[in-house]
Ligand binder design. Sequence first.
Ligand SMILES: C[S@@+](CC[C@H](N)C(=O)[O-])C[C@H]1O[C@@H](n2cnc3c(N)ncnc32)[C@H](O)[C@@H]1O
Length: 190
Amino acid sequence: MLNSIKKTTTFVHHILKPKIQKENIVVDATMGNGNDTLFLSQLVGNTGKVFSFDIQSIALENTQKKLIDHKLNNYDIKLINDSHENLKEYIMEPIHAAMFNLGYLPKGDHSIITNPDSTIKAILSVLSLLKKGGIISIVIYYGHDGGEAEKEEVLNFLNTLSCEEVTIMQCNYINHNNNPPIVIFIEKNK
Ligand SMILES: C[S@@+](CC[C@H](N)C(=O)[O-])C[C@H]1O[C@@H](n2cnc3c(N)ncnc32)[C@H](O)[C@@H]1O
């Protein structure tokens, strides 16, 4: 049960959880410190597959540590040190879900951020691999330099997608200060 909407990650996990089953194939497009990779791995179990991407090797190190701490080292989790825009070089099969957390690595280098071009390319690639009924979550953090531009470009791009192909929902905090994150869910209709 969802007991609070205050923490964005808790809310996103709550929506995704019933959509992801054991044996599913899923993507963490922005691995960071591995919180979403851990969440996805626990849902798909050791019979599923997780593909996680980050351009920073420190993200892979942090995530690997987290997975070992949770004793998931024998799970099929591919930690890939590459940009998510190249994800089709690594994933050939249909996927059930994907997560994006845009912005910079928390407790890391704040100048290394996601950028609109590669983010949009990655969303398009994920959409082409996503099964009918599959889901994508995108959390847009935009308080940093470059964040506002990425937010605008990603939202404009999402506005161009056909409602016959995908259903897109945007969730906003109304009374939070300091650029609270925007949460997007995309569900594939066919
Ligand atoms: C907000 S953090 C992700 C947090 C993460 N989901 C977690 O659970 O800790 C954004 C991450 O995206 C990564 N990133 C930036 N550009 C990227 C790209 N083109 N492809 C993949 N990852 C990228 C950054 O290095 C950073 O680690």
